[in-house]
Design a protein around this ligand. Structure first.
Ligand code: MYR
Length: 286
């Protein structure tokens, strides 16, 4: 029995995939949290502060929060813990272009012995990163090797898509996470550009003036991938806008038989950089 356990690969995600505790427990996924920092006080997200508490707090503070990556010791401890009954670990992190989390996870891996750690840069975040995490957990459960799992994750990278829009670009700008801003300079506040990731960083995809147009552009691109009937997993992600996310999700579920939709959220750390009201849509071929 021990031999069977030993052959299973352990799966770690950072908190920004925002996979619920229930789903993590059911699928043997270990989570390492990033922090949201209000003034001098750092809170491990989803552990010491919930998403609900975070958006409430945002309405009351006059100084906006900051974020920080997990302490290296937290990765080290987690690896050590999992090394007791696993030979290999796969860590799926948010994009290395927007956070030092990936690099910290890599550095920590050289500090533990007796377990081989593979760190996978999702080059994205939130439930789109979560798609990789859930797939990795599913394959680990089937006793696939780390090599086989990583091969599948790399294959997914080819068809994964994610676009999002924010209510106020200042949050991303202030946090230094908006690249290619020269493209939209001068009109920074007036437009609602569709944003996406390119080479691990966030860049404007298309300048659009209204949210309605932005959304219909995103759903048009999803339609290009979904209309031939290919089974597709979609996530609609929101920052304190559940109604809007559910409206989009319902629309998609009614329109397509081949689309499976998960409604998810931008939690505290990502919400700090996007601001309330943001909406994103991500998808991958099943
Ligand atoms: C840190 O302090 O290390 C965390 C920095 C997080 C930056 C987040 C930037 C926004 C990411 C948007 C992801 C949208 C995915 C659909």
């Amino acid at each position: 029995e021990r031999g069977y356990l030993m052959s299973k690969v352990a799966i770690i995600t950072d908190s920004t995939s925002y996979i619920s505790k229930e789903t993590r427990e059911k699928n043997n996924i270990t989570m390492v949290p990033l922090n949201v920092v209000f003034g001098e006080e750092a809170y491990k997200e989803e552990v010491e502060i919930t998403t609900e508490q975070f958006y409430k707090e945002m309405e009351n503070v006059d100084k906006l929060p900051k974020t920080s990556q997990p302490a290296i010791g937290l990765f080290e401890e987690t690896y050590q813990q999992l090394a007791k009954d696993h030979e290999e670990i796969i860590v799926v992190t948010l994009s290395s272009g927007i956070s030092g989390t990936y690099q910290t996870a890599v550095t920590a891996s050289s500090m533990v012995e007796g377990v081989k750690v593979h760190v996978f840069d999702s080059e994205i975040s939130c439930m789109v990163q979560g798609f990789y995490v859930l797939k990795a957990a599913e394959l680990a459960e089937q006793n696939k090797s780390a090599e086989e799992i990583l091969e599948k994750l790399n294959e997914m990278k080819k068809t994964i898509r994610a676009y999002f829009m924010v209510d106020d670009l200042n949050h991303l700008h202030r946090g230094g996470r908006l690249n290619g801003a020269q493209l939209i300079v001068g009109s920074l506040l007036k437009i609602k550009p569709v944003l996406h990731f390119e080479n691990k960083v966030i860049v404007p995809f298309e300048k659009v003036r209204t949210e309605k147009k932005a959304l219909s552009m995103i759903l048009g691109m999803l339609d290009d991938d979904a209309k031939d009937g290919t089974p597709i997993d979609v996530t609609v992600i929101h920052a304190n806008r559940l109604d809007k996310a559910e409206e989009i999700a319902n629309e998609l579920t009614e329109k397509y038989d081949n689309v499976n939709v998960i409604v998810s959220h931008f939690g505290p750390v990502i919400g700090t950089h996007l601001g309330a009201g943001s909406v994103g849509v991500g998808w991958v071929r099943r």
